[in-house]
Design a protein around this ligand. Structure first.
Ligand code: ADP
Ligand code: TRP
Length: 330
């Protein structure tokens, strides 16, 4: 039996290059070596997405993205979190052995509290219980399928460490049934910069979506912030946001060649942006066609997710039986 690689993506908007490089691409690479268990974390998204038609649309987008980029639903377990009720049962059981202090220290909650205090608000202003207990549900996602590795962006490392800790506690308190998961963080792409150089994130509005039509992509790339150096001036590739994105997709030779052109002078920001545009178009051309086909045929997506849910539930049920037995409730 192959070891399991598991990860989830929240349907909170249109997937962007940060999601692709930080989460999707590394996860797909691991699918060669591990059994992939990849899912859509819709109940995690519910902490912020509270509009049914938006939720549905976001779920289609995330599902179509995984499928277009090459996830094979025959080889993978590919499902929507909300279709697996055992995850929510395990969530409760785990919450009973999770110290409340862990949640206080979880970075998303901690950041929110710090911002509230700075703004002179009550510290829990705008915090729902879903946001507060978010890492606990994530632990259930990971442990229910006994994941060996969890590929995630750097910001999620803490959550996987919680899952390790809780698995160890459970194993010690009840029975040694959980695998201790290992986070896998892509060093090369741990924080992908956005249009403004800050971490690319939907919440900063600085994203480049993975599948954009050529014109829209050009417009987005046009917004990458640069300095005021003239065309003739020699430029430093390593402090340039365009180059930072370029090198994540280009071959080492192409990267070196563009770096040389930067340093030589005579390359304007417009030229560098055109290089990036060309490279992204080429990289995603095939997947983009598949993505738009799926988005135009949501029933196809639903069929694939239903199939995945059936397969995943069989496994989740089997594991939940063992967990219930360990807890003494069955
Ligand atoms: P966003 O910040 O846009 O809301 P999510 O929180 O939905 O993105 O992230 C989904 C996955 O993509 C996570 O594993 C996260 O670590 C990864 N990720 C998101 N943005 C980046 C980024 N800029 N660089 C690297 N990984 C990222
Ligand atoms: N919290 C993750 C994010 O914001 C999404 C997620 C939910 C996840 N459950 C997971 C990632 C389990 C890995 C494993 O990106």
């Amino acid at each position: 039996m192959k070891a399991i690689s598991l990860t989830g993506i929240k349907p909170t908007g249109t997937p962007h290059l940060g999601n692709y490089l930080g989460a999707i691409r590394p996860a797909l690479d691991l699918a060669q070596q591990y059994e992939p268990v990849y899912f859509i974390a819709d109940y995690h998204a519910l902490t912020t997405v509270q509009d049914a038609s938006l939720m549905r649309d976001n779920i289609y987008k995330v599902a179509a993205t995984w499928l277009a980029l090459g996830l094979n639903p025959e080889e993978a377990l590919f499902y929507k979190q909300s279709d697996i009720p055992e995850i929510f049962e395990l969530n409760w059981a785990l919450s009973c052995i999770t110290p409340k202090g862990f949640m206080n220290r979880a970075h998303a909650y901690k950041d929110k509290v710090a911002k509230n205090i700075e703004a002179g608000e009550d510290q829990d202003y705008g915090v729902n219980m879903g946001l507060y207990a978010y890492p606990c549900l994530m632990n259930a996602d990971i442990l229910i399928f006994n994941a060996n590795v969890v590929p995630v962006g750097k910001d999620q490392k803490q959550h996987v460490e919680f899952a390790r800790d809780i698995a160890l506690r459970f194993n010690k308190t009840f029975a040694p049934i959980f695998t201790i998961p290992e986070p896998i963080i892509q060093e090369k792409s741990d924080v992908i910069p956005g249009l403004d150089g800050r971490k690319m994130s939907k919440s900063y509005g600085n994203t480049i979506e993975i599948f954009l039509e050529s014109k829209a992509l050009k417009k987005k790339i046009g917004k990458i912030v640069t300095n005021t150096q003239s065309i003739e001036e020699a430029k430093d590739p390593d402090s340039c946001h365009i180059f930072a994105l370029y090198k994540l997709f280009a071959s080492p030779e192409a990267t070196e060649s563009l770096a040389t052109r930067y340093r030589a002078g005579g390359l304007g920001w417009g030229h560098a942006k055109a290089e990036l545009h060309h490279l992204l178009e080429e990289t995603f051309q095939e997947a983009r066609t598949k993505y738009f086909h799926l988005m135009a045929n949501p029933l196809e997506i639903e069929k694939i997710l239903d199939y995945g849910a059936q397969k995943a539930r069989l496994r989740a049920k089997e594991n939940m039986e063992k967990i219930r037995e360990a807890l003494g409730v069955s």
